[in-house]
Design a protein around this ligand. Structure first.
Ligand SMILES: [Zn+2]
Length: 341
């Protein structure tokens, strides 16, 4: 199969994405359309002009540079319609890429911007847009709440306390993102406990900018059920054994890990070593607009750089489905598992 045929095959291959940020899913093209319709300040007014501000490149990797890209978006959204459009488009693009089940995570604080909107409104708008798009585009999507280490504990606490009072939903899981090298997750530990008590699943970004100790802490202290990235778990055989025993899934994101400088190249990604150690893994996008990728493209990379077969990709999808935060997982499996049998 040549590259073009492989890409076409992967474009229609049914896929699960458990780790995708709405913030990082808005392409330069969508940004320009939003700005022309609803206003909003951007560093450039054309798609080509915006690309360097949004896209990462493998030639200039780095965790801080990666996080810096999100500054373009924060405070950009001027009205409800702009936010709804962004959320709707992100879901539609996933569906067009044959993603069948998507856990789309976002930080209401990011979209609310500095004093522009109430987070409760933002949550209502985004979740309604996600629901509408998922119905129209035939994709199952659930929202996961993200809090950021970098926005400080005060804002995170306000968000988690508000969401914990709402039942059922509007979120099915809690995630903490941001720079783990600068801000520890420890000050947020009581918020993880609160979220879990209110019925939210827990995933924590760890073992990406920092080493395996952060993954160990996320699992044993904070009781995370999945780990965002966790790629550096490969450095510690005892940790890999623990992840295998406890069935903790690593939400791996191949190109993103290259762009943040965690791994030097796609071919050097340790996904296979983690799988050989029995660690549950999934393949995800993280921030498709920042990395300028699709999940199909990530599958092509898994095949061409890491020798994945279709049966291995099917197994990865079934594993992901098994670790979904969907509130009716058995029903979800009944609806989707046939794709990968
Ligand atoms: Zn992430």
């Amino acid at each position: 199969m040549d590259k073009k045929e492989l890409f076409q095959r992967m474009r229609t291959f049914p896929k699960v994405d458990l780790h995708r940020h709405l913030e990082g899913s808005i392409s330069p093209d969508t940004l320009v359309r939003i700005a022309s319709k609803y206003g909003g300040e951007l560093p450039a007014c054309t798609v080509e002009g915006l690309r360097p501000y949004i896209h990462m490149t493998a030639e200039l990797p780095g965790f801080s540079a990666f996080l810096q890209k999100f500054q373009v978006y924060r405070g950009f959204y001027t009205c409800r319609e702009a936010i709804e459009y962004a959320a709707y488009t992100a879901v539609m693009e996933a569906a067009l890429d044959a993603v069948k089940y998507l856990e789309l995570r976002y930080s209401p604080t990011h979209f609310a911007g500095p004093n522009r909107f109430r987070e409760s409104d933002v949550i209502e708008w985004i979740n309604a847009a996600i629901k509408k798009a998922s119905e129209v585009c035939d994709i199952i999507v659930i929202p996961v709440l993200t809090i950021s280490r970098d926005f400080g504990r005060g804002l995170a606490e306000k968000t988690v306390r508000y969401v914990s009072r709402l039942k059922p939903g509007p979120f099915y899981g809690l995630d903490i993102a941001g720079n783990e090298a600068v801000n520890s997750a420890r000050p947020f530990s009581d918020l993880f406990a609160l979220a879990k008590k209110s019925g939210l699943h827990l995933t924590i970004h760890a073992g990406e900018a920092c080493g395996p100790l952060n993954v160990l802490e996320a699992v044993t202290v904070f009781k995370a059920e999945r780990i965002g990235h966790g790629v550096r778990s490969v450095e510690d055989p005892a940790l890999m054994a623990l992840l295998r025993e406890k069935r903790i899934l690593l939400e791996l994101c191949l190109t993103s890990n290259v762009h943040t400088g965690v791994v030097p190249s796609l071919g050097a990604h340790p996904i296979r070593r983690l799988m050989e150690a029995g660690v549950p893994v999934s393949i995800n996008t993280d921030d498709p607009a920042i990395s300028d990728i699709t999940l199909s493209g990530e599958y092509v990379a898994a095949v061409t750089h890491l020798g994945f077969t279709e049966s291995e990709l099917k197994a990865v999808n079934l594993e992901a489905l098994d670790h979904a935060f969907h509130p009716d997982k058995e029903n979800l499996k009944r609806r989707l598992a046939h794709f990968w049998k």
